[in-house]
Design a protein around this ligand. Structure first.
Ligand code: SF4
Length: 489
């Protein structure tokens, strides 16, 4: 437990290797009409459910403020709460491991599974394990990892990648899921219908064998309560409860930002999270455990506390807000960019607005440089976030960091820097600004119906995806002089 505050340059696998930058990946996603239809239907439904249950609470804004305050306090005293968590888990028979980065976490988990002699593990849905690429690491060690959440199972059987935090297979419709099951699920009924009931029944039968034979379960955690060392997983399907209780050994991989001080704090988050994620007043299954209990549930419990770039994010007074995230996915469901491109375009296990601010910080801004630009800055994510993360301000902050880092690494200033320097020179004197406005009027010849559809390079990048307004016949200053008969200032 000595890595907090140490100089540290982690490189995890939060950014998917070989992934294209967002603008390139988004272009092909936008051309996929089936994907856009699936996403549009799914996000519209979740948005409506969320809005209805949030409207039931008169103190929703106070709850959001409380959630934000608890997260800010916890992160300001993270070393204290993590140490308290470690001693409580240890006192109740669990073992705590500290992982600086993805490689270390994978080594720890793989070693723990190997010690049990098991060749397979069952998994509860966990983005932390996706972030570190645990399934691949286990496979390299000859251990099969079986996802048991229905959407994760669809993704795994489809040799696909998750595209949403809460609904990883949101990009698939029922017909596509049926095809995947028929192709990949051994022993499935060839007459399988594509109704939700038939598909879930097929998954249930497929998974039951795994649950009953698994000796090791692997999970993430939604919260960890420092005062008692209690871990908490919320879910909807009951698969989590099976993985957390049936195997002899349970290994939980948890980002260090998931710790909260007390049970009173959990009360706030258990009101915020289900309403923001699935649009429910309470999630169907809330599993909590404290260490091990002789004769009841797993007899060996290991908690792997994962840094993987989180202390680097914590060191940024603005950027650390991204660590407040409780992974509800409300920001994805309201984001106009996510709704059109889907999650794969982000090239990161954390898609959508939270991915655009978290992934660049976990991997280093340059490794996910295009993500902070994947936003219209409309602010819908901020309004929806249950812990009031100011995502638009974070995006702007990360854009500035990217520009500064890029400028430092260049010998010759880039086109953007030259343009900004020229704009700064022009705007520094009213006379220069007025002359530039008059000169810009020449652009009217390019306009049709008040719009310019194509500008010459380098401005053509702007009009490649949108029209520009044609310059007006007179500038504001000229209008002012004409109307008021006096000089502008
Ligand atoms: S940033 Fe906020 S809205 Fe988005 S997933 Fe995290 S907690 Fe939810």
């Amino acid at each position: 437990m000595t890595f907090l505050g140490m100089p540290y340059a982690p490189r995890g696998v939060g950014h998917l290797r070989g992934a294209e930058p967002f603008p390139v990946a988004a272009r092909s996603a936008l051309a996929d009409t089936q994907l856009r239809r699936n996403l549009g239907n799914a996000t519209r439904t979740i948005r409506a459910k969320r809005a209805a249950v949030v409207a039931e609470l008169p103190d929703w804004e106070e709850l959001r403020a409380a959630g934000q305050a608890i997260k800010a306090h916890t992160l300001a005293h993270l070393d204290h709460y993590l140490t308290q968590l470690e001693s409580q888990v240890s006192a109740h028979g669990g073992t705590v491991h500290w992982a600086r980065d993805a490689n270390e976490a994978n080594r720890i988990v793989t070693g723990l599974v190997a010690e049990t002699g098991a060749a397979e593990v069952v998994k509860v849905k966990s983005i932390a394990t996706d972030e570190i690429g645990l399934n691949e690491a286990l496979a390299a060690a000859g251990i099969s990892a079986y996802e048991t959440d229905l959407a994760e199972l669809i993704v795994q059987l489809g040799h696909d990648r998750p595209s949403h935090i809460l609904v990883p297979a949101i990009h698939r419709n029922r017909a596509e899921i049926r095809e995947i099951f028929l192709r990949e699920m051994p022993g499935v009924d060839p007459g399988l219908a594509d109704t939700p009931a038939a598909l879930t029944e097929a998954a249930r039968l497929h998974l039951r064998r795994r649950f009953l034979s698994a000796r090791v379960g692997v999970s993430g955690a939604n919260f960890a309560i420092a005062e008692t060392g209690t871990l908490c997983v919320v879910e909807s399907e009951g698969n989590g409860r099976m993985c957390l209780t049936l195997p002899d050994t349970l290994i939980t991989v948890m980002g260090i930002e998931k710790v909260i001080p007390s049970w009173r704090d959990l009360e706030v988050f258990l009101q915020l999270l289900p309403r923001s994620s699935t649009g429910e007043r309470m999630n169907p299954y809330t599993s909590m455990w404290t260490g091990v209990t002789p004769g009841d549930g797993p007899q060996r419990f290991h908690l792997v506390l994962l840094d993987n770039g989180r202390t680097a994010a914590l060191a940024d007074p603005v950027g650390r807000q991204a660590l407040y995230c409780i992974r509800c996915s409300a920001c994805l469901n309201v984001c106009p960019v996510y709704e059109r491109t889907g999650g794969h375009a982000y090239g990161s296990v954390y898609p959508g607005p939270i991915g655009a601010v978290l992934s660049p910080q976990l991997t280093g801004v340059e490794d996910n440089a295009s993500l902070p630009y994947a936003s219209s800055l409309c602010g819908a994510c901020y309004d929806a976030c249950p812990v009031r993360i100011d995502i638009p301000s974070l995006l702007v902050h990360l854009r500035a960091r990217h520009v500064e880092e890029a400028a430092r690494s260049r010998r010759v200033p880039g086109a953007e820097a030259v343009t900004m320097a020229a704009a700064s020179w022009v705007m520094a004197r009213p006379g220069r600004y007025a002359a530039a406005q008059r000169a810009g009027r020449a652009g009217r010849v390019l306009g049709r119906g008040g719009r310019i559809r194509g500008l010459p390079p380098p401005l053509s990048a702007w009009t490649a995806a949108r029209d520009a307004p044609a310059p007006p016949a007179q500038t504001f200053r000229e209008w002012w002089r004409r109307e008021h008969g006096q000089r502008d200032t």
